[in-house]
Design a protein around this ligand. Structure first.
Ligand code: SF4
Length: 669
């Protein structure tokens, strides 16, 4: 007889929505994952197809079930099974020997939001690597310009709650595609539109909400700053800027106005490759309709002008006076609503390695060289710019690479040691939304597959074995959960809400109204429109436009947007089919390219061989390959990241994926 039960949990993955989940378990295996009903107003019975299919991730053939040691050549992917005890002994010996021989900085921990749960990163891992004196990783592959700008301008003021978009009469979705990431916003936008709201989408591609928008601005990648500054200029010159609000609630508005001055509608439209009238219409809609809400995504930060673009977009609600009403203002990451402290923080002065330059760190650093790379919560080879340089680094025979993951990835192929990690269904986890204002604490719903173990436990064990901590002195997972809850300032209330509903609200409340319930966490609670620290760091100053890096040899902009099939690269092992390059008919025709043709996409950094799909959803001059592809999804094993430069955004050292400039040529059959 089959024992079936439904367990409540939540999705911690790198997505704004933090869905409440009901997981059906039969005989210790996940058979169904659904959106919970009655616990979470945003989720309410509906989740994305990615996580509905999560059982295939947990129980699939790519799952790492045992510790393994390399027996083949690097990149070959041949391993032998060993025991956890042997694996931990070996990793411990390598960590200690590397530190003693080359210095702690020769150890590089490499991680990003592959799990995104609060127990899975920045807890015992931080304790271990700080104790070893390891190099510190600047986690810059995503959300760095946006985070720095939001911090400087508003102190990361919590944004408009996603359900409150329904109160808006104008919704602007800028650099985001909720059909791919954060799908619950789509239904909210549709309800708002049914009630009369207008929708504007700013995206180089005509996909998702852009296909239904009242106005779609298909801007060239990297030109968002020009478009937003032109809108600001037009609001001032036409007398529609809210000077009363600017004087009362902002600093730097006159300087912002001065910097926007060169950006006439005509000039910005030409730079962005859009029609003057469309840009004028956007300004009219934005000025005239209230409440107006701006959903600022991460697409506009992934280029040389990223921080300036985000700053200009986030300045719009202040210039037009859109705050102070439900459904008015902006939303970007709402992670600022949570001020967690896991208790594992601490001082370190070791060198900082920007993760976007992993290839350089592995191939060129010599003081000391990186001798031990520890990858967790990340498929580094699939997600880092300048992929070929990263691969060269991973091939080094004198580099010891540990990969701690739930499934075999492109990166595990280069590992000397593979450690099996649990998924969020197999360990205790605390998760919170960075769009949704929800928090969950969930226990494992199934036993760990094979011999997989949680990050928390493995890093704690390594900390003990390396002598960083004594057994019994590291807080338990339960104690760290309690610490995290208390660090928000409303631990008791959260515990009560979790006990009653299974979901707790953010400290800012479930539906804060900007400038009514939540305020800028800045001096005097003012919105800082030209923060000096950003202005100093940006090479040409904040709001400067750095021109397009296209050359006659590489004239096409390659963008690599998120899709509805993977979460960054997570779940990529389940997408077996090859993916095409999308190219506009105007770019395909002169190159003799038709849909289904094999094409070579190339620049000085590398080449990708795929099939072409000719599509009017692209704008001319822009081609696209999905974000987070794995090697099996192209014809030559390279992905868009092989063509992405490891240059930095204007502020913060962020990744410039969308500054990839390429040529495309048709290959013979
Ligand atoms: S990835 Fe996003 S939409 Fe999908 S289940 Fe997780 S939180 Fe929900």
């Amino acid at each position: 007889m089959t024992a079936s039960r439904v367990a409540a949990t939540a999705c911690p993955l790198d997505c704004p929505d933090n869905c409440s989940l009901d997981v059906t378990v039969e005989n210790g295996r996940v058979v169904r994952v659904e959106g919970a009903r009655g616990r979470n107003e945003l989720t309410e019975g509906y989740i994305c197809a990615k996580v509905r299919n999560f059982a295939a991730h947990v129980h699939g053939e790519s799952r790492v079930l045992h510790p393994q040691r390399r027996v083949g050549a690097k990149g070959e992917g041949r391993f032998e099974r060993i025991s956890w005890d042997e694996a931990l002994d070996l990793v411990t010996r390598q960590l200690v020997e590397t530190r003693d021989r080359f210095g702690g900085e020769a150890i590089l921990p490499y991680s990003y939001g592959g799990s995104n749960g609060r127990l899975t990163q920045d807890t015992t891992d931080a304790l271990l690597f700080r104790g070893l004196g390891a190099s510190r990783l600047a986690r810059t592959v995503c959300a760095i310009p946006t985070g720095l700008v939001a911090t400087a301008m508003t102190g990361k003021m919590p944004g408009v709650a996603l359900p409150d978009f329904e109160s808006a009469r104008l919704i602007v979705v800028w650099g985001a595609n909720p059909h791919a990431t954060g799908i619950h916003l789509v239904a909210v936008v549709e309800r708002a539109r049914a009630a009369g709201a207008k929708l504007v989408v700013v995206d180089p591609r005509r996909v998702g909400l852009a296909t239904k928008a009242d106005l779609h601005l298909a801007v060239r990648p990297g030109t968002d700053v020009a478009v937003a500054l032109a809108a600001i200029r037009e609001l001032f010159t036409s007398g529609r800027a809210d000077l009363g609000f600017l004087r009362a609630h902002t600093t730097g508005w006159e300087e912002l106005r001065r910097r926007a001055e060169p950006w006439t509608i005509e000039r910005a439209a030409e730079v962005a490759g859009i029609a003057d009238d469309d840009l004028r219409r956007f300004v009219d809609l934005y000025a005239e309709r209230s409440p107006a809400v701006l959903r600022c995504g991460w697409g506009l930060e992934r280029n040389r002008n990223g921080a300036s673009a985000v700053a200009a977009v986030l300045a719009l609600p202040a210039v037009a006076g859109k705050y102070g009403v439900r459904g008015g203002g902006y939303t970007m990451s709402n992670s600022g609503a949570w001020r967690f402290d896991s208790g594992f923080g601490g001082e370190s002065t070791t060198r900082i390695v920007n993760m976007n330059r992993l290839g350089e760190a592995l191939t060129a650093f010599d003081d000391p060289p990186v001798r031990l790379l520890f990858v967790y919560n990340s498929n580094a080879l699939a997600t880092t710019p300048n992929q070929n340089l990263v691969r060269r680094g991973l091939e080094r025979e004198d580099l010891f690479t540990v990969v701690f993951d739930a499934v075999r990835t492109d990166t595990t192929r280069y590992a000397d040691m593979v450690l099996p990690a649990t998924t969020f269904l197999e360990h205790r986890e605390l998760s919170r939304g960075y769009g949704a204002y929800s928090l969950h604490v969930a226990d494992a719903v199934i036993p760990a597959a094979g011999e997989s173990r949680p990050n928390y436990a493995v890093f704690a064990e390594l900390a003990v074995r390396t002598g960083i901590a004594r057994r019994g002195e590291i807080p338990t997972e339960e104690e760290t959960v309690e610490r995290l809850l208390d660090s928000t300032g409303r631990g008791p209330e959260m515990r009560a809400e979790l006990a009653e509903r299974g979901v707790a609200d953010a400290p800012s409340g479930r539906r804060p109204v900007q400038l009514v319930d939540v305020f800028p966490a800045t001096p005097g609670h003012k919105i800082r429109l030209v923060p000096e620290e950003l202005d100093r760091e940006a090479p040409a100053g904040l709001y400067a436009y750095l021109p397009d890096p296209a050359t006659p040899v590489a004239p096409l902009a390659l963008v690599s947007p998120a899709t509805n099939r993977t979460i960054s690269s997570t779940l990529g092992q389940l997408r077996r089919a090859r993916v095409p390059l999308e190219i506009h008919p105007d770019d395909a025709a002169p190159r003799g390219i038709a849909s289904g043709d094999r094409v070579r996409v190339w620049n000085a950094l590398g080449e990708v061989v795929v099939e072409a799909r000719v599509s009017a959803a692209m704008r001319p001059g822009v081609v696209a390959l999905p974000k987070g592809l794995w090697s099996h999804q192209t014809l030559n094993g390279s992905t868009a990241n092989a063509l992405a430069p490891d240059s930095f955004t204007d502020v913060g050292g962020g990744a410039c994926f969308n500054d990839a400039r390429v040529e495309v040529e048709r290959l013979g059959v």
